[in-house]
Design a protein around this ligand. Structure first.
Ligand SMILES: [Cu+2]
Length: 342
């Protein structure tokens, strides 16, 4: 039986020392957590020092958490109805200066606005079809990845009638567990979705839970990244991030050194995008709205059609770091962004 002892516990330095069989190893917090999870799941015996420190910290955390929850529950307990109106219409969308595509859009933007609520709230989303009176452009909205009542699933001819031009429909469902979800058109999907009828649904955890989450489940800011493709008015193909193709002055995200950034990634296209971050890497904490039991580090993350990934990145090195798809034909068509760490 292997005995493990760790001698040092310092979140400031973000390193831990682990002594195993007389030798010292330095660990990052992620590896430390993984190791502890591994040891616990394998039923190996920890030393008394570890158990004391762990249980002491657990006691402190539980005590403080219970007290804070006691204070917050009356506030957290009041679930809200969060109302949004999405109007689908035809627009000209500028993917780069002077470069336009004929798009369908929710509320005039591609992607549509982020719809946000807290766990247990109720979403009430009214979709207005302004795609064109006198056309045959019906539509519906599908909450992708969200466990909804069947009649709110947005499948025309199966769960509801199509929303005719000039018509509207209200979707109502509970905000599921915290995570990244999606909405998109489910009428003539191969046409309407790529033309721009997609967006993100974000569900937040209650504040009390965030306070006691692991360091990589807390972040200072979020950067949503939605991947899609388009053909511009000159017939040129474009690979887009958040509705834009890379130019040296677009798709720049400026953050401060030391900030933890949550990337919410969603692939709205029909291709795989192996997203690569230069210099810094993500800790993938969730996929498709589910927290991972064991987070893992990645600097190249294949995001398949319809998938979502939540990755936390610590911006600890100043500079301009590219984040781009590593399918090189997609790079050539504009799928590049940059993280500017100041
Ligand atoms: Cu790609």
């Amino acid at each position: 039986m292997t005995i493990y002892v760790f001698d040092e516990f310092s979140m400031d330095k973000r390193t831990y020392t682990l002594r195993r069989d007389g030798e010292d190893y330095r660990l990052t917090p992620t590896l430390f957590e993984l190791l502890i999870t591994f040891l616990e799941s394998n039923g190996q015996v920890l030393t008394q020092e570890i158990l004391l420190k762990k249980s002491f910290m657990a006691l402190v955390k539980t005590g403080v958490a219970a007290f804070v929850l006691f204070l917050l529950v009356p506030l957290e307990g009041r679930a809200k109805v969060v109302e949004y109106t999405l109007t689908a219409s035809q627009i000209e969308w500028e993917i780069a200066p002077g470069r336009k595509v004929a798009a369908y859009a929710y509320n005039g933007t591609v992607p549509g606005p982020i719809l946000r609520a807290e766990e247990g709230d109720t979403f009430k989303i009214t979709l207005v079809n302004n795609l064109g009176t006198g056309t045959n452009l019906s539509t519906t909205l599908h909450p992708h990845g969200v466990p909804v009542p069947n009649r709110m699933d947005g499948v025309p001819g199966v769960t509801q009638d199509p929303i005719l031009p000039g018509g509207s429909f209200t979707y109502e469902f509970a905000a599921p567990s915290a995570g990244t979800y999606v909405y998109h058109s489910h009428f003539d999907t191969p046409t309407q979705l790529p033309k721009g009828l997609f967006g993100m649904i974000v569900v937040d955890a209650p504040a009390a839970r965030k306070l006691f989450a692991s360091w990589y489940r807390q972040w200072d800011r979020e950067i949503p990244m939605i991947f899609s493709e388009a053909v511009d008015k000159d017939g040129n193909h474009a690979e887009l991030i958040n509705g834009k193709a890379w130019t040296v002055t677009s798709l720049l995200y400026t953050v401060k050194k030391g900030e933890r950034i949550l990337f919410r990634m969603f692939n709205a296209s029909s291709e795989v995008h192996p997203m690569h971050s230069h210099g810094l890497h993500w800790i993938i904490i969730a996929t498709d709205g589910h927290d991972l039991w064991i987070p893992y580090p990645k600097d190249t993350l294949p995001v398949n059609a319809g998938e979502r990934y939540d990755g936390v990145l610590v911006a600890d090195t100043p500079g301009t770091w590219l984040i781009h798809c590593h399918d090189l034909s997609h790079v050539a068509h504009g799928m590049i962004a940059a993280l500017v760490v100041e």
